[in-house]
Write a protein that binds this ligand. Structure first.
Ligand SMILES: Nc1ncnc2c1ncn2[C@@H]1O[C@H](COP(=O)(O)OP(=O)(O)OP(=O)(O)O)[C@@H](O)[C@H]1O
Length: 898
């Protein structure tokens, strides 16, 4: 049965093994998504799954009154975020954090999310000109293939591996329609341009050009058919992403004109030619190295394509310019130095070209600030990395993951625990692995790995691995997160990350951190006649070689700064987490390798996440208060809870289960009463869920039974109890799918009919509006039409909120056009419930009707304020959010938070 658990918090006990088993069982049943408390786990099927992401499925999730009740899917996350924006709940802006190791499916997931919003948040053709609308959505989507062509590559782990991190903000206007986007990228792995790991490739774009260009283009870019390029290894390998046509199409859509494209491809071709330039060793140090025999042609072609002087290019690569006071001194480079300068030139050109491309995309898709008001951000970052050899890149990547993990834990726990405190719950705080000490080690002040690395980088001498290692050992010895293998000959340090230990080699780290670009290279590029090259280097400082050209800010400082801005954004948004898991290392379809998965589960701390989720209260029913003295009415509340449960799980037997729990001191911890909410622990929910399953088959539902028992216990007015039942229904409704409504409605009606007999005539009048008999008729209408015009519903149906709630809940979109009398009835029904003597004193002002927004104020001598302000789609939460501050009553409110 393990595969039926669509939330890992239901697995008992929660251990890596049980979680693994559950995921495996689901994977074998081709179920790829599973909730893990507040996180979604996505297993990569490594093969297209028909109809998993189709337009129909998107619509289904988008239109569902309760998408959470559907099978776990990435669209649930997408929809939840979207509804949060619609509901304008603070923080309104959303962030979808997608993480996982290379090949786990982050880019795929991000693409799915973007497609989802481009579909569901597309402006309707009626509202705006079709043309503009289509263009913006398409442009946003087209930014993907373009960025992937330049920033993705084929690695051993993934044929389409992103070598940069990105945060895409999808901008939504007042009506939650997609009007633009902006992209922020992080740490492109530019070393790949000049140095590709064994059996891996360069960035896709180079292969696309080689394979997809026309003869004419090849001629212009000086790419001969039979030409082999050193920087294009494994070009015989075919990958799906080698589609030049797609890239050019995306360029056109994004507004890169033919001339600009020409400039871009000439630059890229120039880089390739540069890669074939090599140097011979010089006879003595005072002489510069010569070009290898075959290199002349390549150098000339490179110069021609980059539109710089071939002589100057050669000099720049072979001679170093040093500044001695005001004088410039020229020093010949060694063979190795020449190679380093060539690589450096290629890297800086490519990195700047990528930056230009991102800026261009932003200019093309970013909406004017005045047109958008909220955003949904999609963060696709590199997952935790641990290779045989780990360098500065891995340190940065793992540091980013530490930051995200900290944010995840802090956000999730803080949000939960703060709520428990404010509700006055006795709550023993959940302990979690705090990775602050690791972050202090990496980025802390005054002394940390980064600070020492920066200090070393600023010294004007060649980097020395041993010196750095000694400094690290001496100055960071007190940190528990760093260690050294004293027997290792290679200078390194080991960091204990939350996801495991990683050895970082120190050799080359300082140099990578400096990332120096000799100023003469920048000057050369500034003189280029290629307008694009000239433009992207025109604002770079080079005048003073002591400025060190582009390298003033070290790599780690730059990365730390950009990460800090990202964290600020994340902190100011409502986050949603998706953990992508790669089920096998070879990207084989539908193959689940336990060892591979368990490592990832541990690395992303999923078991801990489940523990946190399970220890908290997954269900909080905010209930409305019906008495003046809430504290003394706890038992009433408890009973209300029982009623909720009855409705929730459709069986009266549950009532006794719940009561049993409540009466038993040691089990009381399963249900907690807060100030305004009732909290159920996961255990409680599981238990009820079990019970429900067990007795569902013989569910002789009998609300009367509850009613009678209740009457015996409490002598509350009947209509108050009826309200309780309604609230219970609402609560149930929050939890359960609309389809089951009919059944509950029927039960209520039967109950009502029976009660009616026993009610006095006057009471009947008062209570009549409380239970609508029209509901079953209404329901098919709602379901059939998909939306409902409230004004078309007969008055009694709109009375007192809950049938109206039904309509809203069932309808994916709705036009709220209540008549004043409709609200008058709502109000008077409420008044009749709680303040019978004041009935009729209420005046209703219906001053504002908009789609999804109605604000109605009732002011009986200034004492009542009733807001109905809720976007219908947010009604997924089933919150009619009827607030009242009626004198003498704390609050009348029904809300469900999951
Ligand atoms: N939901 C899915 N359905 C079908 N195939 C998928 C799915 N998710 C991922 N894949 C396949 O797995 C491959 C790797 O996914 P993706 O490129 O998204 O990984 P990634 O986590 O972004 O990796 P990297 O960090 O290297 O960029 C995709 O090219 C695709 O073929």
């Amino acid at each position: 049965q393990l595969h039926t658990y669509d939330d890992l918090t239901k697995v008992n006990p929660v251990t890596p093994t049980t979680v693994l088993k559950c995921l495996q069982a689901r994977y074998s049943m081709k179920v790829f998504y599973t909730h893990a408390g507040c996180t979604l786990v996505a297993l990569n099927p490594f093969q297209p799954i028909p109809d998993l992401y189709s337009l129909d499925v998107m619509k289904e999730y988008h239109l569902a009154p309760q998408p959470q009740e559907f099978k776990p899917h990435i669209f649930i996350v997408a929809e939840e975020a979207y509804r949060n924006v619609r509901g304008q709940l603070e923080p309104v802006n959303q962030s979808l954090v997608v993480s996982g190791e290379s090949g786990a499916g982050k880019t795929w997931t991000s693409r799915c999310l973007m497609k989802y919003y481009a579909t569901v948040a597309a402006s309707s053709s009626l509202m705006k000109s079709q043309d503009t609308v289509e263009r913006i959505e398409r442009r946003v989507l087209d930014s993907n293939p373009l960025m992937e062509a330049f920033g993705n590559t084929c690695t051993l782990r993934n044929n389409n591996s992103s070598r940069f991190g990105k945060y895409i903000q999808l901008q939504l206007d007042r009506c939650q329609l997609l009007v633009g986007a902006s992209v922020q990228t992080y740490l492109l792995e530019k070393t790949r341009v000049s140095c590709q790991p064994a059996n891996e490739r360069n960035f896709h774009i180079f292969y696309q050009m080689m394979k997809g260009a026309t003869d004419e283009q090849r001629k212009e870019w000086k790419l001969q058919h039979d030409q082999r390029f050193v920087w294009l290894p494994n070009s015989e390998k075919h990958v799906e992403e080698d589609s030049f046509h797609e890239t050019v199409k995306a360029m056109v859509h994004l507004g890169i004109d033919a001339e600009r494209q020409r400039q871009v491809f000439r630059i890229l071709s120039g880089i390739l030619q540069l890669g074939n330039v090599s140097f011979s060793s010089s006879a003595n140090e005072s002489q510069s190295c010569d070009l290898d025999e075959q290199s002349e042609g390549f150098l000339h072609r490179a110069a021609e394509l980059l539109c710089v002087s071939a002589d100057e290019l050669q000099t720049c690569l072979r001679v170093r310019t040093l500044k001695a006071g005001k004088q410039s001194v020229f020093k010949p480079c060694s063979q190795a130095e020449c190679g380093v300068k060539r690589d450096c030139l290629a890297k800086v050109i490519y990195a700047q070209l990528f930056e230009w491309l991102v800026t261009f995309i932003n200019n093309s898709v970013c909406a004017d600030k005045s047109t958008w008001c909220n955003f949904i951000g999609v963060l696709d970052v590199y997952g935790f990395e641990c290779f045989q050899n780990n360098n500065l890149e891995q340190l940065c990547i793992n540091y980013a993951n530490e930051k995200l993990q900290q944010h995840f834990v802090a956000h999730y726990l803080r949000a939960q625990q703060e709520e428990y405190v404010s509700e006055g719950l006795e709550w023993s705080f959940v302990k979690y692995q705090d990775n602050q000490s690791c972050l202090d080690l990496i980025e802390g002040s005054p002394v940390s790995v980064f600070s020492l690395l920066n200090e070393e980088s600023r010294l004007n001498r060649a980097s020395d691995a041993t010196t750095l290692r000694v400094r690290l050992e001496k100055e960071l010895r007190d940190s528990a997160n760093i260690s050294w293998d004293r027997f290792s000959k290679v200078p390194h340090f080991t960091v204990t990350h939350y996801a495991g230990k990683v050895n970082y080699q120190i050799e080359g780290m300082v140099e990578k951190n400096k990332d120096p670009v000799p100023p003469e290279l920048i000057s050369l590029l500034q003189k280029s006649d290629n307008p694009l090259l000239h433009q992207i280097f025109s604002d770079k400082e080079t005048e003073n070689p002591n400025n060190k050209g582009l390298s003033k800010v070290t790599v780690v400082s730059k990365f730390k700064n950009s990460l800090e801005s990202l964290m600020k954004i994340l902190l100011a948004t409502t986050p949603h987490y998706t953990r992508c898991i790669k089920p096998n290392p070879d990207c084989k379809p539908l193959t689940f390798e336990k060892e591979e998965v368990i490592m990832q589960l541990e690395a992303c701390g999923i078991v801990e996440t489940i523990h946190i989720s399970a220890a908290g209260f997954p269900i909080r029913c905010r209930i409305f208060i019906i008495t003046h003295n809430w504290n003394n009415e706890r038992r009433a509340i408890m009973f209300f809870l029982c009623l909720c449960m009855c409705y929730l799980f459709e069986v009266d037997k549950l009532l006794s289960v719940v009561l049993h729990h409540l009466s038993c001191e040691d089990r009381r911890s399963l249900v907690h009463c807060g100030r305004t909410k009732v909290f159920l622990t996961q255990t409680m929910v599981n238990l009820l869920e079990d019970q429900r399953k067990k007795i569902l088959s013989r569910s002789a539902f009998s609300i009367q039974c509850c009613w009678l028992r209740y009457q015996r216990r409490r002598r509350l007015a009947r209509y108050q109890s009826a309200t309780l039942i309604q609230a219970a229904v609402r609560s149930w409704f929050v939890r359960k799918e609309v389809q089951r409504w009919n059944r509950a409605a029927a039960v209520i009606q039967n109950t009502w009919k029976k009660w009616r007999k026993s009610l006095a005539e006057s009471e009947l009048d008062d209570a009549k509006d409380l239970v609508s008999e029209d509901v079953p008729e209404l329901n098919p209408v709602v379901r059939e039409r998909g939306s409902v015009q409230l004004s078309t519903i007969q008055e009694p149906v709109t009375v007192h909120g809950w049938p109206m709630g039904l309509a809203l809940a069932s309808a994916p979109s709705i036009t709220v056009s209540l008549t004043a009398t409709g609200f008058q009835k709502v109000l008077s029904a409420m008044a009749s419930l709680n303040l019978p003597s004041r009935r009729g004193e209420y005046k209703v002002e219906t001053n504002q009707y908009k789609q999804g927004l109605a604000s109605i104020r009732a002011q009986p001598r200034g004492s009542v304020k009733l807001h109905y302000k809720r976007s219908p789609l947010l009604y997924a939460d089933m919150q009619p959010d009827l607030k009242s501050d009626v004198t003498g009553f704390n609050e009348i409110l029904l809300e469900k938070t999951l």
